[in-house]
Write a protein that binds this ligand. Structure first.
Ligand SMILES: [Zn+2]
Length: 416
């Protein structure tokens, strides 16, 4: 179904020109037309973090304007983004009973807030639990909102909580975040002893997730943790927001060996468009100074980004962070830089194992793709590089839906 007749009209006029020398406008028009008829999914946005500060997802906010963030439902429609995974985020704290209890409460509070938002915005969106539900919601002209849990920390050591979060609508769990936890080691964890990889408890969590048909998310995990998960899991897995280490050296990115292991698993890597993971660029010295000052302030007041007291503080500091890039531009890679990662991954493991997970509202965003309204620019660049419409459909959701359906089939098989 075409929901953007205006975009279609423009593309019908411009398409005949594209045989000779496709202009940027024509490519964007063709991309927008494709978006209007594709099921598209962004598997990682941190937009729930903005809800605590009263952000209204039903209103259109102008790209780049103060407080706009990267996503609201009108801009999702404009950018032809059918669905997104909203991440319930738990910053890593101490692995103690108190720490676990606090993280669980925070995660449940976010879920309550999300439930209220989904209810109040029912005309524009619906919480979605499966690929089939997603297709139904999108066919109704509304946005399909899936839920994921970024960091398994709130599980503590209670395996029963996997079922609790599943019952609340969570359909993937990123096992760890920026530090090691009781489930596994993180790619950026600072440890004294040797790497543990996936712990005994983490292995139990993976097995239970397989039984439930919940997606195991390997983004943020250490190399050994990823290998352990891939060795154990019976279902295909996802990296909800990760890049290629061969293109940009960063522990957070996946090595070629791990990408090949992911291919063998039948899983999918969803490209993250966060600058540090895309390309190392010379920074603007004023920008660096401002970022350092903000970092020092956060350290002095709260003891780090993982210790912020509440959602309002988190949102306010997120605004300050974004404002620095606004005031001192530069240092942000482009859509072209990001698509170099897609090219590399496709060359290495084929077209069936890659998708998009922007990390919007969590640091994600490119110089020329700053919010969901601008996502067709990614598609335009893929068209420019000669990707077929069929390949682009796979990247924008086909691959991810295959993996999600595969996890559900695995669950049905192993619990029969
Ligand atoms: Zn993340």
């Amino acid at each position: 179904m075409l929901r953007f007749p205006a975009a279609l009209f423009v593309s019908l006029i411009l398409v005949p020109l594209m045989g000779q020398n496709p202009t940027e406008d024509a490519l964007i028009a063709r991309a927008s037309r494709m978006h209007a008829s594709m099921f598209t999914v962004d598997t990682h946005v941190d937009t729930p973090g903005r809800l605590g500060a009263g952000f209204d997802l039903g209103l259109r906010h102008a790209t780049g304007s103060k407080g706009a963030g990267c996503l609201d439902f009108p801009r999702m429609k404009e950018g032809g983004l059918s669905s997104a995974f909203f991440a319930v985020f738990a910053a890593q704290g101490p692995c103690t009973p108190e720490g676990h209890a606090k993280a669980k409460t925070k995660a449940m509070d976010q879920l309550d807030r999300l439930d209220r938002m989904l209810k109040s915005q029912a005309a524009l969106c619906e919480r979605t639990l499966s690929p089939a539900e997603g297709r139904r919601v999108v066919a109704s002209g509304r946005r399909a909102i899936f839920l994921g849990l970024e960091n398994g920390y709130p599980l503590g050591l209670d395996l029963g909580l996997v079922d609790t979060f599943y019952a609340r609508g969570i359909r993937y769990i990123t096992l760890a975040h920026t530090s090691d936890n009781d489930l596994c080691d993180s790619s950026t964890g600072k440890r004294n002893g040797p790497e543990r990889g996936l712990t005994t408890f983490g292995a139990k969590v993976v097995r239970r997730m397989n039984e439930l048909g919940m997606l195991v998310d390997i983004s943020h995990l250490s190399d050994r943790s990823v290998r352990d998960v891939l060795h154990l899991t019976q279902a295909p897995v996802i990296a909800s927001h990760s890049c290629a280490r061969a293109v940009c050296e960063h522990p957070r990115n996946l090595s070629d060996a791990l990408l090949k292991a992911l291919q063998a698993n039948g899983g999918v890597v969803q490209l993250c468009i966060l600058g540090d993971y895309i390309k190392k660029l010379p920074t603007n010295p004023e920008q660096s100074r401002a970022l350092k000052e903000l970092e020092a302030k956060v350290q002095a007041r709260y003891g780090g980004w993982d210790n912020l007291p509440d959602a309002a503080t988190e949102a306010a500091l997120g605004e300050e962070y974004e404002a620095i890039f606004e005031k001192f531009p530069g240092g942000r890679p482009t859509v072209k830089d990001a698509m170099d990662h897609i090219d590399h991954i496709v060359k290495l493991i084929g077209i069936d194992h890659v998708g998009i997970g922007t990390d919007f509202d969590g640091g994600g965003g490119l110089a020329d793709c700053r919010d969901v309204a601008q996502l067709p620019r990614i598609t335009a660049e893929l068209l420019r590089r000669g990707y077929s419409e069929e390949s682009i459909r796979k990247i924008w959701g086909g691959n991810f839906l295959r993996v999600f359906e595969g996890a559900l089939k695995t669950a049905a098989r192993i619990t029969r």
